[in-house]
Design a protein around this ligand. Sequence first.
Ligand SMILES: *[C@@H]1O[C@H](CO)[C@@H](O)[C@H](O)[C@H]1NC(C)=O
Ligand SMILES: *[C@@H]1O[C@H](CO)[C@@H](O)[C@H](O)[C@H]1NC(C)=O
Ligand SMILES: *[C@@H]1O[C@H](CO)[C@@H](O)[C@H](O)[C@H]1NC(C)=O
Ligand SMILES: *[C@@H]1O[C@H](CO)[C@@H](O)[C@H](O)[C@H]1NC(C)=O
Ligand SMILES: *[C@@H]1O[C@H](CO)[C@@H](O)[C@H](O)[C@H]1NC(C)=O
Ligand SMILES: *[C@@H]1O[C@H](CO)[C@@H](O)[C@H](O)[C@H]1NC(C)=O
Length: 351
Amino acid sequence: MSIMIGRSLFLFYITFVLYAWAHCNQHTDCTSCTADDGTLGIDPCCWNPSTSTCQTSLLGLCASGSTGVTYNCPTNPPSDFTYTDDFGRNYTLPFIASAYGDFNQAQVCLNNTVPDAQLIGVYNDSRNCSSVLALLPSQKTIVVAFRGTQGATQFVITALNLILQGPLVSFPPGGKVFSYFSSCFHGIWNAGLGANLKSLKQANSNYGLWVFGHSLGGSLASLTSTYAVHQKIFNSSDVKLITTGQPRTGDLNYAIAHDNFIPHSYRLINVADLVTKLPEKTNLDATNAFHHHFEIWYNQSMLTGANFKVCKQAEDSTCSSSTTLIQSLSNDYHNTYFNTPIDTWFGTGCV
Ligand SMILES: *[C@@H]1O[C@H](CO)[C@@H](O)[C@H](O)[C@H]1NC(C)=O
Ligand SMILES: *[C@@H]1O[C@H](CO)[C@@H](O)[C@H](O)[C@H]1NC(C)=O
Ligand SMILES: *[C@@H]1O[C@H](CO)[C@@H](O)[C@H](O)[C@H]1NC(C)=O
Ligand SMILES: *[C@@H]1O[C@H](CO)[C@@H](O)[C@H](O)[C@H]1NC(C)=O
Ligand SMILES: *[C@@H]1O[C@H](CO)[C@@H](O)[C@H](O)[C@H]1NC(C)=O
Ligand SMILES: *[C@@H]1O[C@H](CO)[C@@H](O)[C@H](O)[C@H]1NC(C)=O
């Protein structure tokens, strides 16, 4: 009796496995593969970008290196603005560094690095989150840049870890974001950034918008760029976002909304920067915290001319996620973007 039950269960299992293999195996592209949840949604398929094959999941989990999330299918950045190392060094770095100072310090920093930048204002909130707003006539651009949490890297990591244990709240353009980021963003926006950004755009209607930020400020930059387009202050095609050391900012639906509003979006990662791995995920498909496109992975250093890889997946196992925790802790990657102490550089006038 028990042998018969055992045998029929075994046959059922074999049939199921064959079916699961067959129904996944028929897909030849990532979108249809990841959309296939199988029977009753219990045997979803997973796309493996390195072999371009659709595979069966194991108990609903994709093998490492493959994904079951359609948003995480490989895609290329838009060709009308690809990130260059020059752009990061000439603009992203100095504007972020200036945001760590007060108005005068920011002015000195910009005078020494981007001479035609006109500093308009500095805006902060009760949590000491802060941003600068500037005009860059030579590029017909308005610039907003956010500083990160201050202090030793260890402190920053601990603080961000605490922040990312907090709740997720709805973000008007779509999805949910970590509540601390949302509070800082709304605080700064309502402290004058929103109104002044709007009037600056009205006075310079043919200007675009660049948004930069480091660490916590990278998340605030992400939210600000998305919100500015959602509020119709700028058109999508006129906005560029470039962040450094940005943690996961919101859930999968936020990542999707962000990409719809901001197609020209790049997250720079210095080798194995631990902050960009926060909050930690047991597997890259987990949807409660999801990076958005496009990771730019400096895989060895950020010296002038260093190699970087433009990663095709928002959560890409072949980019910085492939580095280990030991590697992350071996070096102060977080505060040395472009080989510059990004959080204290303003102290020497950014020279
Ligand atoms: C960055 O600055 C260098 C040196 O001044 C210049 O040659 C290069 O064209 C600049 N690149 C961009 C993208 O502004
Ligand atoms: C920055 O440059 C502007 C224009 O050249 C000048 O008026 C201003 O005094 C400078 N500010 C500082 C703080 O160096
Ligand atoms: C911004 O910072 C200043 C100086 O630290 C503080 O007095 C002010 O209350 C802050 N602004 C907001 C909106 O909390
Ligand atoms: C707020 O930021 C300023 C300037 O970056 C820093 O000097 C100050 O210690 C910070 N204040 C608090 C309460 O963290
Ligand atoms: C967005 O683009 C449309 C069509 O080109 C244009 O009419 C509109 O003024 C633009 N809006 C902004 C905020 O730039
Ligand atoms: C870094 O990336 C470059 C270019 O993609 C590659 O040639 C090199 O092997 C990579 N190095 C490491 C340590 O991953």
